[in-house]
Design a protein around this ligand. Structure first.
Ligand SMILES: NC(=O)c1ccc[n+]([C@@H]2O[C@H](COP(=O)([O-])OP(=O)(O)OC[C@H]3O[C@@H](n4cnc5c(N)ncnc54)[C@H](O)[C@@H]3O)[C@@H](O)[C@H]2O)c1
Length: 319
């Protein structure tokens, strides 16, 4: 059966990714409702979108009329029933905690129109884990976006065994309509293509830090010298992802795999960042402070002045 055009989109979760997907979709002409359990989540999202407006003006050449039209297509609510009504597609971007996602899907199921499609933006979990909870497994799949959606414009599309083909066609069309390059996966994979490559890098980074082997600047400098032209190194990437999601991923997979290194990494993030309110680039501080993080300094990759030799040698002293 042919799927209808996706015009009305609802985002569940107004955080780092939910806010970006919502903004990009509205910018490309979709009507978007952003739902969050908390008013403070919506408030943070409104602030973030001021930043996105500035970026779309400076980087994408968006005019004031385009920004005003984008804003006009966005609405915010803490009412799930209202958010679900009329949606052609609901994209779930709530925390990377299976119990939270399952509970949201179960509650959502009672409020959806028959034709509504549902997709998860989960970074590392599988749609088959939640298909039954949605109450509409055939109309459910993963549609995974990357941070900095306006620039890193991929949409990973991953079915579970019960996803129907028209669902995949409709979400692929939607991805293209909002300016994404579709990345189809032929089978379920925790982390898709992107995070299958990225998460091991970030886990290794957190391991180097939690074990006291190196510093964020040194790790990022190493990475950027080996990958000249990249915008940021792994600690910059973790700041961009946000400490909450970095913690949730390390904690969940640490427990799931009984992996002490991952659990140590989760504790490191909690003690050094979450407990201190340093949530990453979105809130102004993580490994670096924003808007001018150290790794963006013009001399970050330069051979240091000889006068710094002793200072640098001290960083190599054991203990
Ligand atoms: N941050 C990234 O770079 C990134 C990239 C791709 C995918 N993702 C995925 O997107 C999802 C969201 O991640 P994020 O980084 O945006 O998280 P986040 O912590 O920035 O935001 C989560 C939002 O969900 C809200 N929330 C919490 N419980 C809720 C509930 N029961 N119902 C509705 N809203 C609720 C919170 O108030 C918050 O606003 C996760 O599955 C994550 O793996 C994140």
């Amino acid at each position: 059966m042919a799927q209808r055009q996706i015009t009305n989109v609802t985002l569940l979760g107004a955080g780092v990714l939910g806010g970006q997907i919502a903004w990009q979709s509205a910018f490309k002409g979709k009507n978007v409702v952003i739902y969050d359990l908390y008013e403070k989540g919506l408030e943070q999202c409104r602030q973030d979108q001021q930043r996105y407006a500035d970026i779309y003006r400076s980087d994408l050449g968006a005019t004031d009329d385009m920004i005003a039209a984008t804003r006009g297509r966005l609405s915010f609510t803490t009412n799930l029933a209202g958010a679900a009504a009329g949606a052609d597609l609901v994209i779930e971007a709530v925390p990377e905690i299976p119990e939270v996602k399952t509970a949201v899907y179960r509650e959502l199921a009672g409020h959806l129109a028959e034709h509504t499609l549902v997709a998860t933006n989960s970074s590392t979990l599988l749609p088959s884990q939640f298909a039954e909870a949605t109450g509409r497994p055939g109309k459910y799949c993963a549609l995974h976006f990357a941070n900095y959606i306006w620039d890193q414009n991929i949409a990973e599309i991953m079915a579970h065994p019960g996803t129907e083909e028209p669902t995949l066609v409709a979400v692929t069309r939607f991805a293209i309509e909002i300016g994404m390059v579709p990345i189809p996966l032929r089978k379920e994979q925790n982390g898709y293509v992107l995070n299958s490559l990225l998460v091991p890098l970030l886990n290794a980074t957190i391991g180097l830090l939690a074990n006291g082997v190196s510093t964020p600047e040194t790790i990022d400098r190493t990475y950027l010298l080996m990958n000249r032209g990249c915008r940021m190194g792994p600690c910059g990437i973790i700041d961009m992802i946000g400490m909450t999601t970095a913690y949730n991923v390390s904690s969940y997979w640490g427990n799931e795999k009984q992996d002490e290194q991952l659990l140590q990494g989760a504790r490191y993030i909690k003690e050094n960042f979450l407990d201190k309110g340093k949530l990453g680039a979105q809130t102004g501080e993580g490994f670096y402070t924003y808007p001018n993080p150290g790794f963006s300094a013009a001399d970050f990759l330069d051979v240091p002045d000889l006068s710094r030799a002793e200072e640098l040698a001290r960083l190599a002293l054991p203990g």
